[in-house]
Write a protein that binds this ligand. Structure first.
Ligand code: NCD
Length: 315
């Protein structure tokens, strides 16, 4: 398949072939990362601008490692210390970024839709590294790659996503990426943290809601726990953290309800002891570190595809 997208904003309108293309290219990048010198030349002479206007460590570092493994130059623009703090509008920021001569912009922003706004107004390809509660396409793709690695074909496999689905761009992007690959998703978590339409049964194809986590996990093929944003308790959406942990926390006993060896995933950062027990987070079924490793390869694949698939071999 010839890659034709200019930006990576969300996977909600992607075909299965496009997702497969990224996963296949990711395999090639895993190979690059296993070489004695973990570097290939395709982005030599190009500059990737990382514009992160919201806190992030692992996603930003992951993109930085990905860009450097493809020999790109990397410039970081963070919100604190940049003119975003001085009230510069997003449009001015974009113009400045463009004038700086970046060949690709990776951006994270607290407002849903910000990467769309930028993408419509610049000739530079934009990758969404997370916008508000809307989408986090690179996380969806790395989760798909990780699940494929653990389970093989995802057709008919049932994946549980538990936690604060309403505020989770990860949950949305996981659904948008895993369902086209044939997986079925069972969402679980407090009704107050589930989008109203979904809670009331108007769910997308391939997605179900089961508030009882034990039932959701019975016979499941994998589980993805979401970070609980503690501020939800202050906003009255949760009775107490202890109550949340009792009803929706991922414990060893709950994990044992899934199929034998069914993997446990989490996008990080984890609140150990709240949404996931430390023993589960670091246990034999945990793929959390594999997710982080695969994240670099997936981001390399996307940078490479957007750059027009230059050769991976040294000239
Ligand atoms: C996620 C994010 O920022 O959306 N984390 C990440 O990308 N590593 C999930 C989260 O913050 O809960």
């Amino acid at each position: 398949m010839k890659w034709s997208r200019r930006h990576i904003l969300d996977t909600d309108d992607w075909s299965r072939d496009e997702i497969e293309s990224v996963l296949e290219t990711t395999g090639a990048m895993v190979e690059v990362l296993s070489r004695p010198v973990r570097k290939a030349p395709p982005l030599r002479g190009r500059t990737v601008i990382l514009f992160f206007a919201e806190a992030s460590t692992r996603t930003r570092v992951s993109f930085e490692l990905a860009a450097k493994a493809l020999s790109a130059d990397v410039t970081n623009v963070t919100a604190s210390g940049s003119s975003v703090e001085k009230g510069e509008t997003l449009l001015d920021t974009v113009r400045t970024l463009e004038a700086l001569g970046g060949d690709l912009v990776v951006m994270r922003h607290a407002s849903s839709g910000a990467p769309y706004f930028v993408a419509e107004r610049t000739s530079t390809p934009v990758i969404n590294a997370g916008d508000g509660a809307h989408a986090h396409p690179t996380q969806g793709l790395l989760d798909a790659y990780t699940l494929r690695g653990a389970l093989g074909d995802l057709d008919g496999r049932r994946v549980v996503i538990v936690g604060d689905v309403t505020h989770s761009r990860v949950a949305r992007s996981d659904v948008n990426t895993l369902v086209p690959l044939g997986a079925r998703i069972t969402l679980s978590g407090p009704p107050t943290l589930m989008p109203a339409a979904w809670r009331c049964g108007a769910l997308p194809d391939g997605v179900a809601y089961e508030p009882d986590l034990d039932r959701a996990l019975d016979g499941a093929d994998a589980v993805i726990a979401l970070r609980l944003q503690k501020e939800r308790q202050e906003s009255g959406l949760l009775p107490s953290l202890r109550e949340y942990t009792r009803v929706w926390g991922l414990t060893g006993a709950r994990v044992a309800r899934m199929r034998p060896d069914a993997p446990v995933m989490h996008p990080g950062p984890m609140n150990e002891g709240i949404e996931i027990d430390a023993a589960v987070a670091h246990g034999t079924r945990s793929l959390v570190e594999t997710q982080v490793r695969n994240g670099v390869a997936v981001r390399m694949a996307l940078l490479y595809l957007l750059a027009g698939t230059p050769s991976l071999e040294a000239a």
